[in-house]
Design a binder for this molecule. Structure first.
Ligand SMILES: Cc1cc2nc3c(=O)[nH]c(=O)nc-3n(C[C@H](O)[C@H](O)[C@H](O)COP(=O)(O)OP(=O)(O)OC[C@H]3O[C@@H](n4cnc5c(N)ncnc54)[C@H](O)[C@@H]3O)c2cc1C
Ligand SMILES: NC(=O)c1ccc[n+]([C@@H]2O[C@H](COP(=O)([O-])OP(=O)(O)OC[C@H]3O[C@@H](n4cnc5c(N)ncnc54)[C@H](O)[C@@H]3O)[C@@H](O)[C@H]2O)c1
Length: 459
C-alpha cells in the first residue's frame, strides 16, 4: 500500500490550492477527484452561471438601450452560442486548474471515487475499474455538495432540471418553473426570463431570499415582478406529471391549490453534502443529521489528522469560504499559525441584476441581538452614478453602531453591489468608522462615492 503525507478527497475550491501548496512545501501529496478538477464552482457553479448571466445581462441591456437613446432593433438570443461560450470558459478554467496540478512536483492526481477503508486509509475506485488503496498521515475531505432533490409525487417520472443539467440546455424553455427562491433559483430565473422564457418562481416560505431583511426581499420581488417574473410565495409543489410533453405542476399553497402548465421544471431548493459514500463511520468522523462533517474552528474533525473543508463542513457554501478554509488549514499545519474560522468575514454576492452584496449583520440580526444600532439607507434613484448609467434599481443600506461609529453590516441591492459592498467590508476589517467614509474623498462619479451620501443620511 502506497503511503502519502497527505491525501485530499475532492479537487474543489479548497482541495486544489491545498494540494499544490502542501506538495510545494515538500509533503508527498495526492488529490483524488471522481468527476472533474475544479469541482462545482468551475464546472457547474459560479463560472458557468456567471457567463450565462453575462449573456442575459447583454440581452436585457440591448432591450433597454432605447431608454438611453440607442435604437438597435429586435434582440435575438442564441442559447447554443451562449452555451458554447460558457463551455469554452469552463474548459479553460478547468484545464488551467488541471495543468497547475500536473506541473506541481510531488503531487499525484488520482481520478476515482474515494472512500475510507481504515482510520487513515482510503480505497479509490478508478474509472478503469481498479481499486487502489492508499494511506496518509493527513486526510482532507473537500467533497462539496450536490443539488437536493425533494420527495415529490411524480418527480422521478419526469425530466426535471437541476442547477447542473440546466447549463446544457440549447433551446430556450417556453415556461420555466423554478422551485426555490434563493441564490440558485433567482439567478437562473432572471437569466431565463431575459432570454425570453416565461418564468414562475415557487418559494415555500413567505418571502424570497429568506435570510435577508424584509425590505431587501420585497424590493427584489418588485424588481423581478416588474421584469415579468411570476413569484409565488408560501407555495410548493404537491404533484407533477407530464402529459403530451407538457408538465402539469400541481401547486400547494396555504390559500389555494392550482395547476400550472410548464415546459421545464428547475429544482433549486438547496444542496446536500457529499458524504454518504465516504464510509465516515470507519474512521469515526462525526457528521450532523444532514450529513455535514462536524469540524472545530481549525477545520479538524473529531478524528485527529482528518480535516473537512468547503461546503462539506456545513459552513457558508461559497467558493471564497472554501478557499479561505484552505488558507486556514495550510497556514496552521505548515506555517504553524493559529488561524481559525472564528470571526472571519463572510461577504457574499447574489448575481441577480441588481446584485445583492452582503456583509456583516442584517438589520433583523442586529435587532435580534438587541443591539443599539442605526440604519443608513439611500435609494439608488438618488445616486448620481446610477442615474447617469440608467441603473437606479435598489438601495444601499448599512447598519452602524452610533457609539463607536463602526459599521456592523451592509445590504447593497444595486448595480455592482458586490464591489460597493467590498469597500464597506474593507472599512469594517480596518475599523474605519462611518463618519470617516461620510467625509472621505472618493472619485466622482463612482458608485462608491455615494457612500458619502449614504452615511450623510445619519446626520
Ligand atoms: C449553480 C451554482 C452557482 C454558484 N455560484 C456561486 C457564486 O457565484 N459564488 C460563490 O461564492 N459560490 C457559488 N456557488 C457555490 C460554490 O460553487 C461552492 O460553494 C463551492 O464550489 C464549494 O467548493 P468545495 O471545494 O467545497 O466543493 P466542490 O467545488 O463542490 O468540490 C468538491 C469535489 O469533490 C469531488 N468529490 C466528491 N466526493 C468525492 C469522492 N468520494 N471521491 C473523490 N472526489 C469526490 C466532487 O466531484 C467535486 O469535484 C454556486 C453553486 C452552484 C451550484
Ligand atoms: N451568488 C452566490 O454566491 C451563489 C449562487 C448560487 C448558489 N450559491 C450557493 O449554493 C447554495 C444553494 O443555493 P440554493 O439557492 O439552491 O439553496 P438555498 O438553501 O439558499 O435556498 C433554497 C430555497 O428554496 C426554498 N425551498 C426549500 N424547499 C422548498 C420546497 N419544497 N418548495 C419550495 N421552496 C423550497 C427555501 O425556502 C429557500 O428559499 C447556497 O447555500 C449558496 O451558498 C451561491
Amino acid at each position: 500500500m502506497k503511503h502519502y503525507d497527505a491525501i485530499i478527497i475532492g479537487a474543489g475550491q479548497a482541495g486544489v490550492p491545498l494540494a499544490k501548496k502542501l506538495a510545494e512545501a515538500g509533503k508527498k501529496t495526492a488529490i483524488v477527484e471522481q468527476r472533474m478538477v475544479g469541482g462545482t464552482c468551475i464546472n457547474d457553479g459560479c463560472t458557468p452561471t456567471k457567463t450565462i448571466i453575462a449573456s442575459a445581462h447583454a440581452a436585457h441591456q440591448a432591450g433597454m438601450a432605447g431608454h438611453l437613446g440607442v435604437e438597435i432593433g429586435s434582440v435575438k438570443v442564441d442559447l447554443k452560442k451562449i452555451k458554447k461560450r460558457k463551455d469554452e470558459i469552463v474548459d479553460s478554467f478547468r484545464n488551467g486548474a488541471q495543468k497547475g496540478i500536473f506541473s506541481t512536483k510531488g503531487l499525484d492526481l488520482i481520478q476515482g471515487s474515494a472512500t475510507f477503508s481504515g482510520p487513515k486509509e482510503l480505497t479509490i475506485a478508478t474509472s478503469t475499474g481498479e481499486q487502489l488503496v492508499f494511506s496518509a498521515d493527513w486526510i482532507f475531505i473537500n467533497t462539496g455538495a450536490q443539488p437536493k432533490i425533494p420527495e415529490l409525487k411524480g418527480l422521478n417520472d419526469i425530466n426535471y432540471l437541476t442547477s447542473t443539467s440546466i447549463l446544457d440546455l440549447t433551446e430556450i424553455p417556453e415556461h420555466l418553473v423554478v422551485l426555490g427562491g434563493n441564490y440558485i433559483g433567482l439567478e437562473f430565473a432572471q437569466a431565463f426570463q431575459r432570454f425570453g422564457s416565461k418564468v414562475t418562481v415557487l418559494e415555500k416560505s413567505s418571502k424570497i431570499m429568506g435570510r435577508e431583511d424584509e425590505d431587501v426581499s420585497s424590493e427584489m420581488t418588485k424588481i423581478l415582478e416588474d421584469e415579468g417574473l411570476e413569484i409565488l410565495t408560501n407555495t410548493t409543489i404537491k404533484e407533477v406529471k407530464e402529459e403530451l410533453k407538457v408538465l402539469q405542476i400541481q401547486l400547494s399553497s396555504s390559500t389555494k391549490t392550482k395547476t400550472v402548465k410548464a415546459s421545464h421544471l428547475l429544482i433549486a431548493i438547496g444542496r446536500s453534502p457529499q458524504t454518504s459514500s465516504l464510509n465516515l463511520d470507519i474512521p469515526g468522523v462525526k457528521t450532523d443529521e444532514q450529513g455535514y462533517i462536524l469540524v472545530n474552528e481549525r477545520l479538524e474533525t473529531n478524528v485527529k489528522g482528518v480535516y473537512a473543508l468547503g461546503d462539506v463542513n456545513g459552513g457558508p457554501a461559497f467558493t471564497h469560504i472554501a478557499y479561505n478554509d484552505y488558507t486556514i488549514v495550510y497556514r496552521n499545519l505548515i506555517e504553524k499559525g493559529k488561524h481559525s474560522t472564528k470571526d472571519r468575514q463572510v461577504p457574499y454576492c447574489m448575481f441577480t441584476d441588481p446584485q445583492l452584496g452582503r456583509i456583516g449583520l442584517s438589520e433583523a440580526a442586529a435587532k435580534a441581538k438587541g443591539l443599539d444600532f442605526k440604519v443608513a439607507k439611500i435609494p439608488m434613484s438618488q445616486v448620481a452614478r446610477g442615474i447617469e448609467t440608467g441603473q437606479t434599481l435598489g438601495f444601499m443600506k448599512a447598519i452602524v453602531d452610533p457609539k463607536s461609529k463602526k459599521i456592523l453590516g451592509a445590504s447593497i441591492l444595486a448595480a455592482e453591489a458586490g464591489e460597493i459592498m467590498a469597500v464597506l467590508q474593507m472599512a469594517m476589517a480596518g475599523g474605519i468608522t462611518y463618519d470617516k467614509i461620510r467625509y472621505g474623498v472618493f472619485a466622482h462619479p463612482t458608485f462608491s462615492e455615494s457612500l458619502n451620501n449614504l452615511f450623510m443620511k445619519l446626520d
